[in-house]
Design a protein around this ligand. Structure first.
Ligand SMILES: Cc1cc2nc3c(=O)[nH]c(=O)nc-3n(C[C@H](O)[C@H](O)[C@H](O)COP(=O)(O)OP(=O)(O)OC[C@H]3O[C@@H](n4cnc5c(N)ncnc54)[C@H](O)[C@@H]3O)c2cc1C
Length: 502
């Protein structure tokens, strides 16, 4: 790989400043530093990883909340660890099984039979979901059509909702509920009737042909921490616990970043702080055309997850993760809005994760940590009552599926949309900031309509889940990191070739 730094840049300047060491920012910074650019990476938290940061407490290590990666085979997490030469710093864990639980129409909770995580046997699924014999042929045909659909056909489905596409295939309801609950409500965190079908099908194909359920020993944040180390090893600078307060702009071009540790100059700034916070807070809307500001304000975030971390006196399950769902779990826009107003049940899919079931060192001997997450709006300022109502709905589902769990609880911690916003992006608009993924992968915000990685200000780029990638959250953020690094590397050299020194 080429390593051509800019010799002409003034002392004390950087070629590029990256704000935020989430999966997007850290991977992008690592790649640019490896390619010889003079990189400064600033992160407001003490640890990297953003929405997938690692935590530890009383002998437990874990990702801050339920975070499950995909695909197993040929994923970006490992590809980047290898490319940045830091594979020894983060060890991915791929458990041999998962633990989804189907609540039957009769109210019985049925655990998915143990199944390899590097592929899915549809016959095992059909048996578990109690799909009638005569429905299995068409269901199998649906699986084949979905997993083998060529990319150009998938792309044509952009603009159609996943809900509309699956419904057109007459898929049995339990299979619909399983696909939406496991693969869509959690992977994309938007109601299925607003989810872009092309975006979803691409990830479902990956999941069913290349497996799902990837974790990292010590929590997912280790992956981003390793990417930060790659920046340092390549001569770049990483400033942790350093909030960027302002992106400086003169005559329509960025000139640097003002942080709590001082002001740093660079002709290129890449923001991992979220597109809306970048435009509306870090740069300021006065630097953009009104039409761009209006466009940015109209962008819709993904929804959020809130849940509990249960510290348990004894193990209650040997499964590493799963979803608990019923035929009625999938969220449509209408049902979600009714539930939000308290006019429909808040019972939806519940995610759970048990770190010590994929990494034995993640909990003290004989103990277990089980984390949950259930759908909720992205507002970091949800009222106490609303938080409690969503949390109670999730807890009720958990206790029904694991009746022995309640008596094993030694302590529990609630995480909310406020916890997510505090740990990651600032709230730049009312009701927004606690989203799990970033901008929602909804119709109108995917494919050709995905926001551009390039802001309409000279030298300003976005990286992370809001622009530049596709697919499931963490994977999407790294794909964006790779794509933005490539674009910025080209931009940097093209500017030098054309205009000389910045
Ligand atoms: C509860 C929850 C569950 C999830 N479950 C999954 C899952 O199962 N699978 C999956 O793949 N994904 C999951 N995700 C989503 C995934 O974690 C994110 O989509 C992905 O990590 C986002 O990466 P990013 O680089 O886009 O941004 P972020 O992770 O948001 O990183 C942005 C970084 O920028 C920093 N920053 C922001 N503003 C500033 C500033 N002004 N100055 C300095 N630094 C700043 C932040 O502190 C942060 O570190 C989940 C997320 C949450 C919250």
């Amino acid at each position: 790989m080429a390593t051509t730094g800019t010799q002409s840049a003034k002392d004390g300047q950087y070629d590029v400043i990256i704000i935020g060491a989430g999966f997007g920012g850290a991977s992008c910074a690592g790649l640019l530093a490896r390619r010889g650019l003079r990189v400064l990476l600033t992160e407001k938290n003490a640890v990297a990883g953003g929405k997938a940061m690692s935590l530890s407490k009383n002998g437990f290590t874990y990702t801050a909340w339920v975070v499950i990666g995909a695909p197993v085979i040929d994923n970006y997490y490992q590809r980047m660890l290898d490319e940045l030469d830091v594979a020894e710093l983060a060890t991915l864990a791929i458990p041999g099984t998962q633990g989804s639980i189907y609540k039957t129409p009769e109210g019985k909770y049925k655990l998915l039979p143990s199944m390899s995580s590097d592929g899915t046997d549809p016959n095992v699924l059909f048996e578990w979901l109690e799909i009638a014999e005569e429905e299995r042929g068409p269901a199998l045909q649906f699986f084949a059509e979905m997993t083998l659909m060529p990319a150009d056909q998938v792309a044509q489905l952009s603009g159609t909702s996943l809900d509309a596409w699956i419904r057109s295939k007459n898929v049995p309801r339990p299979l619909y509920a399983f696909l939406v609950s496991l693969c869509c409500d959690g992977m994309f965190m938007v109601p299925v009737d607003s989810l872009d079908a092309a975006e979803a099908i691409t990830s479902l194909q990956q999941m069913f042909t290349r497996g799902g359920g990837v974790f990292c020993e010590g929590g997912y944040g280790r992956v981003a921490e390793a990417y930060c180390e790659a920046v340092r090893r390549s001569g770049g600078q990483v400033l942790m616990s350093t909030r960027s307060e302002r992106i400086l702009v003169e005559d329509g071009r960025v000139t640097g970043v003002q942080t709590r540790a001082g002001t740093f100059e660079a002709p290129i700034v890449i923001s991992n702080a979220g597109l809306q916070p970048t435009v509306l807070r870090l740069v300021g809307e006065e630097h953009f055309d009104k039409s761009y500001v209006n466009y940015v304000k109209e962008l819709v975030p993904s929804y959020s997850l809130l849940g509990y971390r249960y510290f348990l006196s004894r193990p209650v399950t040997d499964r590493p993760y799963g979803v608990i769902f019923s035929n009625d779990s999938p969220w449509s826009l209408e049902r979600f809005n009714l539930a939000r107003r308290g006019e429909a049940s808040r019972e939806g899919v519940l995610y759970y994760e048990v770190p010590s079931n994929y990494d034995p060192n993640a909990a003290p001997e004989g103990k277990q940590l089980l984390m949950t997450g259930c759908f909720c709006p992205p507002d970091p300022d949800l009222s106490k009552q609303e938080i409690q109502a969503w949390a109670d709905a999730g807890e009720q589902t958990l206790f029904s599926a694991f009746p022995e769990l309640e008596s094993a609880i030694e302590s529990k911690e609630l995480f909310t949309t406020r916890s997510v916003a505090n740990a990651t992006r600032d709230s730049a608009l009312p009701g927004v900031g606690g989203e799990t993924i970033g901008l929602g992968q909804v119709i109108g915000q995917c494919g050709a309509q995905k926001p551009s990685i390039k802001a309409p200000i000279g030298g300003l780029f976005y990286v992370g889940c809001d622009a530049g990638g596709t697919g499931v959250g963490t994977q999407q953020a790294i794909e964006s990191g790779v794509n933005v690094a490539e674009a910025v590397y080209r931009y940097h050299h093209l500017r030098y070739a054309t205009f000389g020194a910045d």
